[in-house]
Design a protein around this ligand. Structure first.
Ligand SMILES: Nc1ncnc2c1ncn2[C@@H]1O[C@H](COP(=O)(O)OP(=O)(O)OP(=O)(O)O)[C@@H](O)[C@H]1O
Ligand SMILES: [Mg+2]
Length: 406
């Protein structure tokens, strides 16, 4: 039945209704009356139904919902009047009865028009709310909430529109946040490149002008080398960070012995720690600690965290690197006895180029990329890195996945 074209279905319904009417009249009165009823009503029913299809196809010409409904009522009341007068013509009704039924049908028609107006008012106002809401969204508003009075298809539409507005707002906010972060990054990069480049220019000019000679010249050349290596490190770090963040990860993951890796890294950092009078020690479990990771990248994370800890710990203080397994993961913690990170800085330390502390307390050694790179590496491994709260000093933790057994 559903496959049948709508017009055919309407005509079939009209035909069945006329047949039923004719059968009732045939049963109650006579067969001739039944045949007349059928033959007179069938073209009327077909005409009215075709008119309704025409209306549906040309809704645009009929204007608003209220007008469409009014037109529908007029067609229905018109068809009732026509059928009454057809019946009168066929002598089923007296002239008096036909007038009475016509007046009743007209009065009911007028009442139906008013009822339609009242009912369609709610629908119209909901449609207007939807239109106003969409116009507001189109105009840039993202806190619009479309409210409708009913609990019908229009209410479902309003719910979908509200969900869409919320999604748009969230997407725009995160895009704006990303844009602001990119602008901050560009500003920081320019600043961090400009400072060593200015020193480089001064040194080169002094050497070129012959101002620096002998030992001074040699010292300037070694300073030049330091600036060049700082710049190279900065550009390499930036490149690495942007590659990881873009998902361009070409590392191979393997089953690594994390305890051995941590032990080796602590040994490798001992010289730098000794120069500053800082003790550095590894606190490792007795048994092997396996992780699914890329060893060079994990070394990089460990290096960044231990270097930070050593840099911020005063002489005679100590740095501890602890590793252990924890509910299907492995967890590494780097604790130091330094000044700690100020509450205002804590939410930002993983942002690229963020250097905490005050200008005077800030170490001049870093670009503020170490923790950003560490976070990118750890997250690319499917792990987490965070700043654990600690009474004094700083406590950094990160996790890596344990290898799947077997
Ligand atoms: N162990 C720590 N103790 C105190 N502050 C820290 C510690 N680790 C990080 N921070 C703070 O977080 C900031 C960001 O650290 P991050 O490692 O990203 O940059 P950086 O060490 O300044 O430079 P880079 O690592 O690029 O050489 C640091 O500037 C510092 O203020
Ligand atoms: Mg660092």
């Amino acid at each position: 039945m559903n496959r049948m074209p709508a017009i055919t279905r309407s005509l079939l319904i009209g035909l069945l209704a006329c047949l039923a009417g004719a059968l009732i009249i045939g049963g109650a009165y006579d067969l001739a009356g039944a045949r007349t009823t059928f033959l007179l009503l069938l073209p009327l029913a077909a005409m009215v139904l075709l008119l309704a299809h025409w209306m549906a196809a040309h809704r645009r010409r009929l204007g608003g919902l209220a007008r469409q409904f009014r037109f529908g009522v007029i067609v229905v009341v018109g068809s009732i009047l026509a059928s009454v007068w057809i019946a009168a013509y066929a002598m089923f009704l007296s002239h008096h009865d036909a007038v009475v039924v016509s007046v009743m049908a007209t009065v009911i028609g007028v009442v139906a028009l008013r009822v339609g107006e009242i009912v369609s008012r709610g629908v119209t106002s909901d449609v207007e709310s939807l239109r106003d809401g969409l116009e507001a969204v189109g105009g840039g508003s993202r806190d619009t909430v479309v409210e409708v009075g009913g609990d019908d298809e229009l209410a479902q539409l309003a719910d979908s529109i509200n969900a869409m507005i919320a999604r748009l707002g969230a997407e725009e906010a995160s895009r704006e946040e990303a844009d602001a972060a990119r602008r901050r990054l560009v500003a920081s990069v320019s600043h961090d490149l400009r400072t060593p480049l200015a020193s480089l220019r001064l040194l080169v000019e002094s050497i070129e002008d012959g101002v620096a000679t002998g030992q001074t010249r040699d010292r300037y050349i070694s300073q030049l080398r330091v600036h060049v290596s700082v710049l190279t490190g900065l550009v390499d770090d930036l490149f690495e960070l942007s590659r990881i963040e873009a998902g361009d990860i070409a590392w191979t993951m393997s089953r690594i012995e994390l305890d051995a890796l941590v032990g080796d890294m602590v040994e490798a950092m001992r010289t730098e720690a000794d120069t500053r009078g800082v003790r550095v020690e590894a606190d490792l479990p007795e048994n092997r600690l396996l992780a699914e990771a890329n060893p060079e990248k994990v070394q990089r994370v460990l290096f960044n965290l231990i270097q930070n800890a050593i840099r911020h710990t005063p002489a005679d203080g100590s740095v501890t690197v602890r590793a252990r397994s924890s509910s299907g993961e492995v967890e590494v913690e780097v604790t130091d006895q330094g000044t700690g990170i100020a509450p205002d800085d804590r939410p930002h330390v993983f942002e690229p180029f963020y250097r905490g502390g005050t200008d005077s307390s800030r170490t001049t050694e870093g670009a503020g990329l170490g923790l950003a790179i560490s976070r990118a590496i750890v997250e690319a491994h499917g792990g987490r890195i965070w700043l654990e709260s600690s009474g004094s000093g700083t406590r950094m933790r990160f996790t890596l996945r344990s290898p799947v057994p077997g």
